[in-house]
Design a protein around this ligand. Structure first.
Ligand code: 5AD
Ligand code: SF4
Length: 457
């Protein structure tokens, strides 16, 4: 009888990718994934530490998992509870002390050792592994047990050496590491063999990618994207998350030259004030960011842009905040994420003076979001009436509906037959809201004849 595995995932796409890989590893041990923790034999919380209240959220979930563990114990059965990911890495000791019923704590770099850890977690013995092993998990990843679907993540780079003063990533994920290009290409081939049409290359600092091939040559991200584009199968390529400093000319040119590279870029700037950028250790100015955007737009005029912002970093004045609003107005983003600064223990920002009061942060966030949401709505509105190729990658909420993505990363709800799931189909955008769009299929040979496969976009 197969055992049941429950994984809850918080945070970034890297965690989504890691959870998928954990499920693949555990599938080889006879674990089948379930949607709810009830009756699971192994429950894993794959955690995120990037912003506030991460640890409290983990403890509140752990309380619930404990009840499932106790219910199983009452039936004479054993269940294991594991905390994985960046909270485990940063606060493993606290978790073990406060939650005696947790059996395993391991960081993002050691989950390939799960089979061994499970054997060692005997009930009286708890397993802790927050190492950064020299031999990476990527050398031990199993074949994918199930397809990721029409749109898949592929982790190519991990960790970060940038040390932005607000960020925990360099501490929880460790030093920057790039997978060898051959290993990435092999995984890309496997992914498309399973029917995936869109691959998103992932990394905390993905455009710092510098994988070394068998001949000892270093590949940058532009070269890796070009090689993936050459493969038969993937029709769309994306990458995230990038740092402005690593946006080199070849990568900018790739947006002009590689048709499969989608016209959307997430390029976090965090602030529009040079003073705050310096305090954040971002190593670039607002003008330099705008210059990069101008070059990108020259290479690919229809490129849709997205970013991350932090308001209320220590020392941020009202004038700094105005500079951020000004940068936003100049760029005109298609979508954005914006956050109030929250001090992360162990980072330089956490001990900086000039702490911004919470109510000031609230006002600044609201002011920023008013502009960002307006731009997002405007961007979607601008698409109304256009016909775009849409990849149907999710089921809609209603029966007879599919949810897809435009090249520009907008969500599109469409009344569409299920057989079009996983296909790229031309859709006319009819309606737009702040968060997405709705459209109608434009009848083509593809939609009339289901056996007709579209070739590369
Ligand atoms: N406080 C608020 N936001 C943060 N981010 C990272 N660290 C913090 C923090 N301490 C945001 C940044 C980053 C995104 C993933 O999360 O904007 O780009
Ligand atoms: Fe964190 Fe990104 Fe800065 Fe690295 S570049 S420290 S991951 S915000």
């Amino acid at each position: 009888m197969s055992k049941k595995l429950f994984i809850k995932t918080w945070g970034c796409q890297m965690n989504v990718y890691d959870s998928k890989k954990m499920a693949d590893i555990l599938a080889s041990l006879g674990y089948a994934s379930v949607e709810k923790p009830d009756d699971a034999d192994l429950m894993i919380l794959n955690t995120c530490h990037i912003r506030e209240k991460a640890t409290e959220k983990v403890f509140s979930d752990l309380g619930r998992l404990r009840e499932h563990k106790q219910a199983k114990a009452a039936k004479g059965q054993k269940a294991l509870i594991a905390v994985a990911g960046c909270v485990a890495q940063a606060e493993g000791d606290v978790i073990l002390q406060r939650a005696k019923y947790v059996d395993m704590v391991f960081g993002p770099q050691t989950y390939h050792l799960l089979p061994e850890m499970i054997l060692n977690a005997t009930g009286d013995r708890r397993v802790v592994n927050t190492d950064f092993p020299a031999e990476t998990k990527f050398d031990h990843l199993p074949e994918d047990s199930v397809s990721q679907g029409p749109s898949a993540f592929l982790s190519v780079q991990e960790g970060c050496d940038k040390f932005c003063t607000f960020c925990v990533v360099p501490y929880t994920r460790g030093a920057e590491f790039s997978r060898p290009p051959q290993q990435v290409l092999e995984e890309a081939k496997r992914i498309v063999d399973q029917g995936t049409k869109e691959i998103t290359l992932l990394g905390q600092n993905v455009n710092a990618y510098h994988g070394i091939d068998a001949a000892g040559a270093t590949w940058d991200l532009a070269r890796l994207i070009a090689a993936i584009a050459e493969l038969k199968g993937p029709e769309r390529i994306r990458y995230m998350t990038s740092h402005p400093r690593d946006m080199n000319d070849d990568l900018i040119a790739a947006h002009r030259d590689i048709a499969k590279l989608m016209p959307f870029l997430h390029l976090p700037v965090q602030s529009g004030s040079d003073r705050v950028l310096e305090l954040m250790n971002r190593k670039h100015t607002a003008a330099e960011y705008l210059e990069i955007i101008a070059k990108l737009k020259q290479a690919r005029p229809d490129l849709a842009l997205s970013s991350d912002f932090i308001v209320g970093f220590p020392g941020e004045t009202d004038a700094d905040h105005q500079a951020t609003l000004e940068l936003v107005r100049q760029v005109n983003f298609a979508s954005c994420y914006s956050f109030k600064y929250s001090p992360r223990p162990g980072t330089p920002g956490a001990v900086m003076g000039g702490v911004v009061p919470e109510d000031v942060k609230d006002v600044r966030l609201q002011e920023l979001q008013t502009i960002l949401f307006d731009q997002q709505r405007g961007y979607n509105q601008h698409s109304v009436g256009k016909i775009m190729p849409v990849l149907f990658d999710r089921k809609g909420q209603k029966a007879g509906q599919l949810l897809g993505k435009t090249p520009y990363m907008q969500s599109v709800y469409v009344d569409a037959p299920q057989r079009l799931f996983g296909k790229i189909v031309d859709v006319r955008i009819d309606k737009a809201t702040q968060n997405g769009t709705a459209g109608t299929i434009v009848t083509t040979e593809e939609t009339l004849n289901p056996s007709h496969e579209r070739t590369a976009a």
